[in-house]
Design a protein around this ligand. Structure first.
Ligand code: ATP
Length: 513
């Protein structure tokens, strides 16, 4: 069919629509008859709890998954996509929630994988490199096209994923949690890019659990719940309260830090801790940092990307070596212990990158949950299946994982539910100190409240917690003490009566200084 010339198109025009789309995986009805419209040159945001069906709907619209029933309408006419490549050729592309890059290949080759630029002499690597450089400039990211993706930090990998989608020149671009690993300044750049794409007539479908952030760019909002659409509205008619109410019901509260008890002894003590950054230049990512956390205390560490939070937590957990200072657990230096020994001693980390560090994709949900607790149900070569089952069932219940049961494949879980597995697995070891590095990445507001409640309960029983976040609002619902980090150092410390603005100013001022 002939398309209307762009100059005559209006933002009311529907370019892509899902009509009564259903998708089942065995007994799981991921989508139960969803209607969904994508408007020309606009951003439509899809909100919903973990497992609501958001990613599945996007996979249907981008040709990755065939719907069980229903219709997709593109430019007013029904279409069926035989594959993702087929949808891409018709102008629809997707940035996945879980990164889909080849880690051992460089940035250029990842961007052009499967659609290399060819001349008579073969692949034109120079042209591919030139185009990659332009994309990186557009995204204001200083990344060399020949850098292997595995050498990039998570946020930069996400930028590469975004660049790959942009390079296809799609007219409908689906972004599934594109900002979850980006720093505040990277998010700002992405939002500029989105505004520019809109002005060029590109339609964007956006999924995020960062509700306030999504509201900044959205034109239309749709809420999915349990595989059905429960609400939709235009930006002018909706606000944060509307989203939360439609996602999880009335009177929702993220909770507040646990009270009614005294903190115990110091569980974890960092003394002048120094950690080098990964650049190999000897620069300190953590610079003579000292911090005590007591039994029962929840300390939130707020900071921008690059503040040194991840480096500090990974070093405490034994994933990297310190170059100075001490890490004391219950007064004993644990710097020489391996990761496993530290877990056994009661010191655990929920890492930032769940795909790479937190989960074994070839194992079931149950095996992933019990993995860190193996010593507790194994005596020499004997494994107590009953004890293991108890751990798995307890963890599924504790963190409310939406799954068919412990035997399900980890890949069958929604992104947020995978994150809950990582948290459940670490809590199942009954740690004395728990470190969480941006744990709310990808988890919905209801799940976040559950995780906060769980941490509060465990803190009441003596757990010491360090919770790292770049979502400042989270601090007020979980922290007894808020610490701001910048350039490897603690630059401010507050109690929860502080305002959001004061916390942000402390981190911003320190960065700009
Ligand atoms: P999140 O916010 O956590 O990413 P979501 O809204 O994107 O969640 P989906 O990933 O679409 O949720 O999942 C919807 C439901 O379909 C979930 O119950 C999930 O377990 C199930 N599901 C998704 N993919 C598969 C699969 N390949 N096999 C079996 N079940 C699946």
């Amino acid at each position: 069919m002939t398309r209307t010339p762009d100059s005559q198109r209006s933002r009311d025009e529907i370019v892509l629509a899902a009509r009564n789309i259903a998708k089942s995986y065995g007994n799981i009805h991921a989508l139960k008859g969803v209607n969904f419209d994508v408007h020309y040159g606009s951003v439509t945001t899809l909100f919903g709890e973990n497992g609501a069906g958001k990613s599945t709907l996007m996979k249907v619209l981008s040709g990755i998954v065939r719907p069980t029933s229903g219709e997709i309408i593109l430019d007013g006419a029904p279409v069926t996509f035989s594959s993702a490549a087929d949808a891409t050729s018709q102008g629809i592309s997707i940035i996945h929630q879980e990164l889909s890059l080849a880690p051992n290949m460089n940035v250029r080759d990842n961007i052009f994988m499967g659609r290399e630029i060819r001349t008579a002499k073969g692949v034109d690597f120079a042209e591919e490199e030139r185009q990659t450089r332009i994309l990186m400039e557009e995204l204001e990211e200083d990344i060399d096209p020949l850098t292997p993706v595995e050498d990039l930090r998570l946020g930069q990998q996400q930028i590469v994923e975004i660049a790959r989608a942009l390079s296809v020149n799609s007219r409908i671009l689906i972004m599934d949690e594109p900002t979850s690993a980006l720093s505040a300044s990277e998010v700002e750049v992405l939002f500029k890019v989105i505004a520019d794409l809109k002005s060029r007539g590109v339609s964007i479908v956006y999924i995020s659990h960062h509700l306030e952030e999504a509201l900044q760019i959205t034109d239309h909002a749709v809420v999915l719940r349990d595989g059905t659409m429960t609400a939709f509205g235009e930006r002018k008619d909706i606000d944060l309260e509307w989203i939360v109410r439609n996602m999880v019901g009335d009177n929702f509260d993220l909770g507040s830090p646990p009270t009614g008890y005294e903190f115990g002894d110091i569980k974890l003590s960092l003394r002048d801790l120094c950690v080098e950054d990964a650049s190999g230049t000897g620069r300190l990512a953590v610079d003579h940092l000292s911090l005590d956390v007591r039994a029962g205390e929840i300390v939130c560490i707020y900071g921008l990307m690059g503040a040194g939070r991840t480096e500090m937590l990974e070093c405490i957990a034994g994933r990297s070596r310190s170059v100075g200072g001490q890490i004391l657990l219950n007064g004993e230096d644990v710097s020489h212990l391996s990761i496993a020994q530290r877990i056994e001693a009661g010191l655990v980390l929920v890492p930032e990158d769940r795909q790479r560090d937190g989960l074994v994709q070839t194992m079931t949900v149950g095996r992933n949950l019990s993995l860190a607790s193996i010593p507790t149900f194994t005596r020499r070569i004997f494994t107590s299946r009953k004890a293991e089952r108890g751990i798995v069932e307890g963890a599924i219940d504790d963190v409310h994982i939406k799954t068919d049961g412990g035997g399900a494949a980890i890949g069958s879980l929604s992104g947020g539910n995978q994150q809950k597995v990582v948290i459940g697995k670490m809590l199942a070891t009954h740690p004395g100190v728990m470190l969480l590095d941006e744990p709310s990445r990808g988890i919905d507001i209801g799940a976040k409240a559950e995780v906060f409640k769980l941490l509060g309960e465990r803190a009441g029983r003596g757990l010491a917690v360090i919770y790292s976040t770049s979502e400042v609002g989270e601090c007020f619902s979980v922290a007894h003490r808020i610490i701001v980090m910048a350039r490897g150092q603690i630059v401010a410390e507050f109690d929860p009566s502080v305002s959001k603005e004061e916390i942000m100013a402390a981190s911003g001022e320190a960065v700009a200084a």
